[in-house]
Design a protein around this ligand. Structure first.
Ligand code: AP5
Ligand code: MG
Length: 214
């Protein structure tokens, strides 16, 4: 099962991808999470990615494509995977298509989580992420049992650096320019499924499992 998640920043890609990965037992590969882990660990890649991310811009394709193509060659990807936040540009999608094509494989599902821009800023300001394990919550829509403490690992919760309203606005404009065209790209391949991302988290997930299967 090879799946990609499409959708604006804050649409709920990560939230749904984690649930899909758990249900179908495939790895969840989030380029944003990989970059944030590299920033936290002070790697060369993290140093390069940070300036772009803080500005709400995309990390250049040359730093992103090889990283993902190497990751999906690993053993745990044999049954499939869910890519969250990649591809994000037409060149990234073409590089992925061509690498899969060389192996006689293809993306089977492109899930587009549809949320209008008006809802996004509200969601982002309430999002909290665990510094330790990356679990994501929302102070209103998906709160933790204990305030400020991760339910999974008891780590500390923080507001992401790029969730400030002005950076969110920039990320939305980058999304419309560079990532939204991927919706047509995957529609043309006959693998696009658009779900309404404005309803409750469990309702979105139920919609997704309708086409992924029980
Ligand atoms: P990335 O980490 O991928 O961020 P993003 O795409 O902007 O998406 P988010 O993670 O912000 O949102 P999400 O859709 O995962 O929503 P979530 O589930 O958290 O990328 C960050 C940066 O890294 C980029 O800006 C770029 O610089 C760089 N980067 C990454 N990949 C790259 C690539 N391929 N190429 C180049 N650069 C790249 O949900 C959001 C909030 O809403 C949460 O609080 C959640 O609890 C809540 N929520 C979720 N669903 C619902 C619902 N149905 N109802 C109510 N609340 C909900
Ligand atoms: Mg995410």
């Amino acid at each position: 099962m090879k799946i990609i998640m499409l959708g604006a920043p804050g649409a709920g890609k990560g939230t749904q991808a984690k649930m899909i990965a758990a249900k179908y037992d495939i790895p969840h590969i989030s380029t944003g999470d990989i970059f944030r882990a590299n920033i936290k660990n002070g790697t060369e890649l993290g140093k390069k990615a940070k300036a772009y991310m803080d500005a709400g811009q995309l990390v250049p394709d040359e730093l992103t494509v090889e990283l993902v193509l190497d990751r999906i060659k690993q053993k745990d990807c044999i049954k499939g995977y869910i890519l969250d936040g990649f591809p994000r540009t037409i060149p990234q999608a073409e590089a992925l298509d061509s690498a899969l094509n060389d192996r006689g494989e293809k993306i089977e599902y492109a899930i587009n989580v549809d949320v209008p821009d008006e809802n996004i800023v509200k969601r982002m300001s309430g999002r909290r992420a665990c510094v330790n394990c990356g679990a994501t919550y929302h102070i209103v829509y998906n709160p933790t049992k204990e305030e400020g403490i991760c339910d999974v690992c008891k780590g500390e919760l923080i507001l992401r650096d790029d969730d400030k309203p002005e950076t969110v606005a920039k990320r939305l404009s980058v999304y419309h320019d560079q990532t939204q065209p991927l919706i047509d790209h995957y529609d043309a391949k006959g693998v696009l499924h658009t779900v309404d991302g404005t309803v409750d988290i469990d309702v979105v997930f139920a919609e997704i499992t309708k086409f992924l299967g029980e």
